[in-house]
Design a protein around this ligand. Structure first.
Ligand code: BGP
Length: 482
């Protein structure tokens, strides 16, 4: 069958903090996520939302002692020095668009400088100009889990409303410098992850001893939402285009069965874990179900009428989201939004990869239909893909048929949604060139159609090799045949 939408944008996605490497070169400061490997903590501990594990002291102490690193892995794929080769590969695969992120800490290492770091600007100008030369459109994320650690240290992170102004200064610099080189802007990546993973808000509970944990995570999210809306406003004013979005981690789930009690539980989960953030950026106000939940959790947001108006009047031009898997909710898993959003149950009808991420192309069709019906905004799938532990074979390639199957099935699902009448205009596969995994901090969870020769400890040449899926994708792009 032929993919029916001719002007659909196909491409790949990466993020500075997982891909660039050179985390301290040319004036860059460490981002909050680049510090995380030095915590010597198991990822699950960090994810457990336990006050004591998210300790700044713990982090600083272990950072001083680089020798005993538990995870010397977030070194990235050396894109900083190999960007031309990487962009050449995307162009060779016949991609239309590249989703990348800009590292805030390369531009304003401490957040509060009066002037941007020229070296940082130069790097991104080179990357973006080269993309244009190669005919690639660009979608740029301003903060892909990438708040400078200095902002946590000196300013208390996103709990502090002054950080909104720092982010605005950064956004303004980006629009001034690169407004004509970037086609789509996303202020934040997976903004809803701030609820379940407060580390990305660069706020440590120990800096706010009298604030409840729920208050902390919803307040830091609120401040980021205000920043998001202000960036949309500024973008519209400065760039005069309708190209402002916000990236949301989509967590589609199904009720565990048709018992109405479970369906109600599932509905609550779906509202809180999925619709909440889409509602915020598309409709611009807190939905009733969240106001009720805040009452229950004793969360009182510090906000003003002005902020609420900014949210209301500066909604996004299109919706973009990550889609990897689906889960099941009911009985034991419901109402987990107060705890861990990721604790979704297993679906016996689906297969999963080694990390338990359940593969569900039909769920993508469902999600696209659902979001289109609810918001009537153009949709863009900005992350999708399958992580796999891979090694190069003797022919210096990887026979990744599972990835080809995954892509093919998801592309068919997108095509089905287009036939259903959904307005979806693009897709960027996650980690198109292998990079460090976010949840495992390792290289060995690979998503790319291009292999990068680094292992978990950064041994290797860093050379790039085309996997079987690279050739499959290229052929698909040339023929649109699935
Ligand atoms: C998304 C993040 C990405 C990426 C991806 C895959 O949530 O936006 O940065 O990491 O998930 O996740 P992982 O690397 O944990 O497999």
């Amino acid at each position: 069958m032929k993919f029916i939408k001719k002007d659909f944008l196909w491409g790949g996605a990466t993020a500075a903090v997982q891909f660039e490497g050179e985390y301290d070169k040319d004036g860059k400061s460490c981002s909050i996520l680049e510090m995380m490997p030095y915590m010597k903590l198991e990822q699950r501990e960090v994810m457990s939302l336990n006050h004591s594990t998210l300790s700044k002291k713990n982090l600083e102490k272990s950072f001083e002692n680089k020798e005993g690193l538990h995870y010397p892995k977030r070194i990235g794929s050396n894109h900083y020095n190999r960007y031309k080769e990487d962009i050449d590969l995307l162009a060779e695969a016949k991609m239309d668009i590249y989703r990348m992120s800009i590292s805030w800490g390369r531009i304003y290492p401490n957040g509060d400088e009066a002037k941007p770091n020229e070296k940082g600007l130069e790097f991104y100008r080179n990357v973006l100009t080269y993309c244009k030369q190669k005919g690639l459109k660009v979608m740029a994320t301003l903060s892909h889990y990438d708040t400078p650690y200095t902002i946590a240290q000196k300013h208390g992170g996103w709990m502090n409303k002054e950080v909104i102004d720092m982010f605005m200064k950064y956004a303004k610099t980006m629009f001034t410098e690169f407004g004509d080189l970037v086609d789509y802007w996303l202020p934040f990546n997976e903004i809803n992850m701030a609820i379940i993973f407060p580390m990305i808000s660069a706020t440590f509970p120990e800096d706010y001893p009298n604030v409840s944990f729920d208050q902390l995570r919803f307040q830091t999210l609120h401040n980021q939402l205000v920043a998001q809306a202000k960036v949309v406003q500024l973008g519209h004013e400065m760039l005069k285009k309708k190209n402002m979005g916000c990236m949301i981690a989509n967590m589609t789930t199904y009720p565990i069965d048709c018992n109405p009690v479970n369906v109600i539980e599932w509905q609550k989960f779906d509202q809180q874990a999925r619709y909440f953030l889409f509602d915020m950026v598309a409709k611009g106000e807190y939905p009733t179900y969240m106001i009720k939940m805040f009452e229950k959790l004793k969360v009182k947001l510090h906000t003003t009428e002005e902020e609420m108006n900014i949210l209301k009047n500066n909604t996004v031009d299109f919706l973009t989201f990550s889609y990897y898997m689906t889960g099941v909710v009911g009985e034991t898993t419901a109402n987990k939004v107060g705890g861990n959003l990721l604790s979704m149950g297993k679906n016996p009808f689906l297969k999963a990869n080694e990390w338990g991420w359940q593969i569900d192309p039909q769920g993508l069709r469902y999600t696209l239909n659902d979001l289109w019906d609810r918001y009537h905004l153009p949709l863009f799938i900005s992350e999708n893909g399958i992580g796999w532990d891979e090694k190069l074979n003797d022919q210096k390639t990887v026979e990744d048929d599972y990835r080809i199957d995954y892509m093919k099935e998801h592309f068919i699902a997108i095509n089905d949604a287009v036939e259903d009448g959904v307005n979806v205009f693009g897709y960027t596969m996650w980690g198109v060139i292998d990079l460090v995994s976010n949840s495992s901090n390792e290289m060995s969870k690979r998503y790319g159609i291009i292999y990068v020769d680094y292992d978990d400890y950064h041994n290797g040449t860093g050379d790039r090799f085309k996997k079987k899926s690279f050739y499959w994708f290229k052929k698909f792009k040339e023929t649109l045949e699935l």
